[in-house]
Design a protein around this ligand. Sequence first.
Ligand code: UGA
Length: 450
Amino acid sequence: MRITMVGTGYVGLVTGTCFANLGNEVTCLDVDPVKIDKLKAGISPIYEPGLDEMIARNVKAGRLHFTVDKAAAYASAEIIFLCVGTPSDARGHADLKYVLAASGDIGDAIEAAGGETGGDPGERRAKIIVVKSTVPVGTNAKVREAIAAKTGKPFRMASNPEFLKEGAAITDFMKPDRVVVGVDDEHGTGGRMRDLYEPFVRNGHPIYVMDIPSAEMVKYAANAMLATKISFINEIAALCEAYGSNVDEVWRGMTSDARIGNKFLYPGLGYGGSCFPKDTLACVSMGSESATPTPLLQAVHDVNQRQREDFFAKIVKHFGGESNLRGKAFGVWGLAFKPGTDDVREAPAVTLIEKLLAAGATVKAHDPVAHETARELLGDRITYCDRPMDTARDADALLICTDWPEFKQPPLERLRETLAAPVIFDGRNLYKPAVMEEAGFTYVSVGRRA
Ligand code: UGA
């Protein structure tokens, strides 16, 4: 099929590249000429394992193209995926300006080039405009209106939420747990979307075709559920600390109940990234706009915010007051919001580092891939170290913010000798408290006795 992806951010780039990899003819469109030039030269703007190679292979094979030429990109496409950003304001409202601007351009292109595009001779088919960006329920209808305002020629709409995890996006896309598609006409548009995704679900996983408002809601419901699990276990971890329980044991005891399951129930510094914080707030915002209170999801958000505050409070307590942080040196392991990505959006590390700096402490940090992205937020206010051990040199404490695998088995003796004081604040529960105590550390983690 001939596919155009609008927006070469995380979703557009991964999705477009994976479609091309199965033989589709894919054009990725973006308004940023610098980004497009880099992509043409095979340089990906994001870090995602396996993506660079896949882009290079498909560009070389002539199936994956990058352009800033809107009219050409829209004219040739059978299916157009809207993957532009939907930033949210402080109250959680998704800003649809990019989605609606692209919709207007698509309307113009359909009007100029004709609304129908080739299929088999004799069978002419309307373009399908697919909303893939995570957008509030009802946005597809607004996109339809914006296109229809520009043209009376036929086109079809679909909602196709994505469930990619950063760091595992290619596997998630190539072997999805499920594909969700919302359409108005199950057989026409639904059938064509099924054809597109059929090669990806040969593992037997389902393609669910449903109405558009339900498909739009699935994404929010799924992310809100996952965020709820994380805030839930973090709240239980706080209770564990208050009552001398160990959250690891509580986790084992409760997750062996198959109804509960053991996924996404790891306590820590709370969720970050570009999805859970934004989508949870967007649900709350949809609730207030429709006079449908969502106190549970508001609490999920509040608990997540509090998680960072509470962890910082543990650092302050150890040093006997915030004023005592002045002049202290901290090593930090991990800047990205989770392993496998260089994304530092809403990363707990950034929040904690900002608090340390504001209190007058100094910070040396190491992350396997996120120095450049972190520098955009933190500049040269911290020192970036190539090796984890260099952050610990003469530090008054080590702070662990991301559960990168390479932090899981450090040489403990060398670490203790390198630190000025053998103190570790572990926001990801990487080590066993008893082992750390035995190794001579003051070890503070989440939901476990020190
Ligand atoms: C999330 C969802 O998992 C994807 O299904 C979804 O497609 C995506 O959002 C999206 O909406 O685009 P992602 O943000 O890449 O994916 O990251 P996750 O792997 O889900 O982790 C999110 C955060 O939760 C991280 O900060 C992680 O450290 C934290 N987390 C996760 C915990 O604190 N505890 C857990 O048990 C699991």
